[in-house]
Design a protein around this ligand. Structure first.
Ligand code: SF4
Length: 891
């Protein structure tokens, strides 16, 4: 068997197989995990792989056990943050094991090493990790077993291998395997720039570069611009079929470059970075996030709106609508959602009671569950992981969807980790850390796959295991992740070395990394293109450390510009030579953007308009812009926004309305202090039911504000009403009336009141940071909403109506109104305002029926003759249809 081994060659590596032929039998290129699997198979070792989260919790348990028999160096840290402490000390332990440490091998060991030995001996045996597996293989080889490998080529020189892996190669060599370093370097033309680069890297000798296109630095303002230019360069390949071009995806992803390649019809590279944030992988996190107190409506909505949610579409929509309107548990919308779900379940199961109960139980398990404060019994935590696992397994289907199988693996690992922890209850922090660890490795994009071509990609320069014609170092910028600090003191190192244990020193790891960079340049036989965007993923990217090593050569003779091009130049010129290829681009025909239109032709909609029932809000929209009213209230064309949780201001308004319904019951009005007290008493319950986001730690300020302001505002309103002798008729009462001439109205009054002299009055509750807008409406005779209510509640009468501004505690009404506590001198009274609304409705409806829509915010928009309520000067401030009427192009 012929193996090529590199310390970072697991996953994408180049070439595809050992040797120079068109294929290979009984050979492969592997990294540490692949190599261990082969050796374990040959030696009869191995077992199911153990995930990091299981090992960390097992180690945490062992640290705790060891702590019972003595004072250990980790005691304080372990008490403060058990999981993080266990993870850190486990990484030390694994590095020692890989270097050859065995507990008990040191007599009179320094304190920390002796504590580690105590942990190793405490409790159950430690589940094997990579280091343990390596040592098990080494032990078998030391015992004289044969691995049956004929030839082993290592990418790293022997003095660059970590001690454990060096020992492995020595044992294989001693056992008859032909072990040698793999030749990665390519032969080059000595007189070329690439030849000079090779000489510089091998001997340190500098010679001025000619700019012969064999060494090129491409600078780009952004990653996007770099992707466009590199894709053009790849598409301009005139050497197709002659050798390979290898792309080093420095950030572990070629997603952006692949988009540009696909746009040009080129095969893609298909390297995607593993991420724990891919759709289904979030189910585990979200399933736990929604069972803590306070209820996290935002995360619950995230769970329901995942691309592949665990709750079926219809019930998921009922719940999503409920929490996006009233984020909380057991509020009116929540209860309505469950009523709808129960009806849906019965229809879905065709009234089969047994099936219905089962389905309802499954739906409730994801949403209507017991909620925990700071800890959770282990049995409940396991119940959630089992539910996630069962769901993912079912959804994965026969195709074994890789993303869902990854969820199955993570849920299984979490369940095993909870067993290893053997602790109940489990703290929220511990569970969250365990989940993060279980999904930390994440998964690449399963849909992003490489396509067959002469292009190859690796995600690390160390994965280059042989010569290649051209190298493109994509995203040649930014820093390599810093290696963790070396934790051992000199006395500990001396003790370890005396026992033959040599944990790898950071300087050795750094030397190996530098060798990878040099290898990447030395592997190129015809050219290297270093692509350096100034900004990657929106973040300024510094220089790559290898570029500092190359700087003396590139700067030699002050001629760096000879090898440097700008990616943006490729976009600006018709023909440009880049790295031994000529990129040719053709100018496309310029297309102008669509222009704004002040009027639009309409189809025949007279029938629709005749059936239309207006609301006070739709009439207010009509008074603002004819086109906006048509789009929003006639065509019912929503913006299709993603469901979201209301902001704090809307939550304040919702809370105030909900509390008002309980405080203002029909009959005499409670005194101001009684109303305020009652509002305070029910405030917390209402917040839990419909405004749970305020209960989150970040909502403390808003919650305190609402707790103080809302009861006070309702107390003020009660005081105003009692002082003037008003009584409550009711809250949230429906009002509906057909006024004739095509105007039908339906709505709900927030608060209806009655007075022995003034009879019925209507109050609309509003929460707004400032009351200027509503005050101006009353002043200018444009208070469409309250004038509509004032004339629809008791048709034929013009009832007094007012806005009560909750945040300001002021009752806004025209000067003569009996409800006016903050009287506003109005240009047009409420009766005349209503007449204007009726006239406006008729005029705009006629215009629409005649086949014209007017975009009132655009200069020159048509106005119906005799319009009594003209649109305001700035109607577009809060409009979401600007991209349809193209208002931006008009200004
Ligand atoms: S942006 Fe202005 S003009 Fe356009 S639809 Fe909206 S309100 Fe009317």
């Amino acid at each position: 068997m012929h193996i090529v081994f590199g310390m970072v060659a697991d996953g994408f590596a180049y070439p595809d197989f050992p040797g120079d032929g068109p294929g290979c039998l009984n050979g492969c290129i592997v990294g540490p995990l692949g190599f261990l699997e082969i050796l374990e198979t040959k030696l009869g070792l191995g077992g199911p792989p153990v995930t990091p989260v299981v090992r960390i919790t097992a180690w945490q348990k062992k640290l705790q056990e060891a702590g019972k028999t003595g004072k250990r160096f980790w005691a304080a840290s372990l008490a403060a943050d058990p999981f993080s402490t266990a993870r850190l000390i486990l990484s030390w332990r694994d590095a020692l094991v890989e270097g050859g440490w065995r507990p008990g091998v040191l007599a009179n060991a320094p304190a920390r090493l002796s504590d580690l030995a105590a942990a190793e001996a405490a409790g159950s045996p430690m589940p094997s990790g990579r280091a343990d597996r390596l040592r098990a293989v080494i032990a078998r080889l030391e015992a004289g077993d044969k691995a049956g490998i004929d030839r082993l080529e290592t990418v790293e020189a022997s003095d660059e291998l970590p001690p454990g892996w060096l020992r492995l190669t020595e044992l294989l060599s001693a056992g008859g395997t032909d072990v040698r370093q793999k030749v990665v370097q390519a032969p080059v033309e000595a007189s070329s720039d690439l030849g000079r680069l090779h000489v510089f890297l091998k001997q340190g000798t500098r010679a001025e570069l000619d700019g012969d296109d064999t060494v090129v630095e491409m600078e780009a303002s952004t990653e996007l611009s770099a992707a466009e230019s590199v894709a053009e360069w790849i598409a301009s390949d005139t050497e197709a079929g002659v050798g390979k071009t290898l792309v080093i995806a420095q950030t572990g992803s070629t997603a952006l470059l692949d988009l540009a390649l696909a746009r040009l019809g080129q095969p893609v590279l298909g390297v995607s970075a593993a991420s724990p944030f891919r759709g289904a992988l979030q189910v585990l996190t979200l399933a736990f996030a929604t069972v803590w107190k306070p209820f996290d409506a935002e995360r619950f909505l995230d769970l329901l709106t995942l691309p592949n949610p665990p709750v079926r579409w219809a019930p998921g929509q009922f719940l999503a609508r409920a929490v996006s309107r009233q984020p909380g548990i057991d509020g009116p919308e929540w209860k309505r959602a469950w009523e709808n779900i129960e009806k849906w379940v019965l229809a879905e199961t065709e009234d089969d009671k047994r099936k219905a109960t089962k389905l309802l139980g499954e739906l409730r398990a994801w949403s209507d569950v017991a909620r925990f404060e700071h800890t959770m019994p282990a049995i409940d935590a396991k119940g959630i992981t089992d539910r996630v696992r069962t769901w993912a397994n079912t959804m994965a289907g026969a195709e074994r969807d890789p993303l869902l199988m990854c969820v199955v693996g993570a849920a299984k690992a979490l369940s095993e980790a909870l067993t290893k922890l053997d602790e109940t209850p489990v703290s929220r922090r511990q569970i969250e850390q365990m989940i993060d660890s279980a999904i930390a490795e994440g998964l690449g994009n399963p849909a992003h796959k490489p396509e067959a071509s002469h292009l190859r990609a690796v995600s690390h320069p160390g994965a280059i295991c042989g010569p290649v014609r051209r190298v493109v170092w994509w995203n040649f910028a930014g820093h390599e992740p810093a290696s963790p600090p070396f934790p051992w003191y000199r006395v500990e190192l001396e003790a370890l070395e005396s026992a033959g244990c040599c944990p790898e020193k950071p300087s050795n790891a750094a030397r190996r990394m530098t060798a990878y960079w040099s290898n990447a340049a030395l592997a190129a036989s015809h050219g290297i293109l270093l692509v350096r965007p100034a900004v990657i993923a929106g973040t300024e990217a510094g220089s790559h450390p290898f570029s500092h090593l190359l700087a003396p050569l590139f700067e030699e003779g002050g001629k760096r510009e000879r090898i440097t091009i700008r990616a943006e130049d490729v976009h600006e010129r018709e023909t440009i030579p880049v790295a031994a290829r000529t990129i040719t681009r053709r100018q496309d025909v310029a297309k102008s953007l669509p222009e704004a239109r002040e009027s639009w032709p309409l189809p025949a909609i007279a029938d629709i308009l005749a059936e239309k029932v207006e609301s006070p809000t739709s009439l207010e929209t009509l008074a603002t812009c004819h086109l906006k009213w048509l789009l929003s209230h006639v065509a019912d064309l929503g913006a299709g926004r993603i469901r979201s949780i209301p902001d704090a201001n809307r939550l304040f308004g919702n809370i105030a309305h909900a509390i008002a319904q309980e405080v203002f019951v029909p009959g005499p009005v409670a005194s101001g202090s009684q109303a305020k007290k009652l509002a305070e008493q029910i405030f917390d319950r209402v917040v839990q039911q419909i405004a749970a986001p305020l209960l989150k730690p970040g909502g403390a300020g808003d919650l305190a504000f609402a707790r103080e302001r809302i009861p006070r505002a309702l107390g003020t309103l009660a005081e105003l009403l009692t002082t003037d002798g008003w009584e409550i008729v009711g809250t949230e009462m429906e009002v509906t009336h057909d006024f004739g001439n095509g105007l039908k109205v339906k709505g709900y009054t927030d608060l209806r009141v009655r007075h022995p002299v003034h009879e019925t009055g209507v109050i609309d509750l509003k929460w707004s940071r400032r009351d200027k807008r509503r005050r101006d409406e009353v002043k200018k005779g444009r208070a469409v909403q309250i004038s509509t209510y004032g004339h629809a509640v008791e048709p034929g009468k013009s009832l007094p109506a007012a806005y009560f501004m909750l945040a300001q505690g002021s009752m806004l009404a025209e000067q003569a109104s009996p409800l006016a506590k903050d009287p506003v001198k109005a240009d047009r009274n409420l009766k005349d305002t209503w007449d204007a609304v009726v006239g406006m409705h008729r005029s705009w409806s006629d215009l629409a029926a005649s086949g014209t829509a007017a975009a009132s915010g655009i200069k020159g928009a048509p106005l119906p003759p005799g319009l009594v309520m003209v649109p305001p000067k700035t109607p577009c401030e809060y409009c979401e249809y600007g991209s349809l009427c193209r208002i931006q192009q008009a200004n």
